[in-house]
Design a protein. Structure first.
Length: 94
């Protein structure tokens, strides 16, 4: 299953600009579900994540931290999610 917000197309063009917001899970809701709900209701938004040294060797597919320490952060736009071979992932745009 893959969800790709209708407000963003595969070429990266948006009907409206992505935005920044603090998404907080309500009681009984996981942070993951809160992010998915925000994306479905309001479209793509900016997120940041911790980058590890092995990220520089990433070439495609679903990235999964394997080795090395923290090397900084990276800001991207969250545009969807899915699952590949049983591994859930977030669909991000640089």
């Amino acid at each position: 299953m893959r969800y790709h917000n209708k407000k963003a197309d595969p070429n990266g063009y948006h009907e409206k600009y992505a935005y920044a917001a603090k998404v907080k899970a309500s009681s009984g809701t996981s942070q993951e579900d809160a992010l998915k709900k925000e994306l479905m209701e309001n479209g793509p938004f900016y997120i940041a994540f911790t980058v590890y040294s092995d990220f520089n060797r990433y070439r495609g597919g679903v990235y999964s931290h394997q080795s090395g320490g923290k090397s900084g952060g990276h800001a991207v736009t969250l545009i969807g999610w899915g699952e590949e071979s049983g591994t859930p992932y977030w669909l991000l745009q640089k």
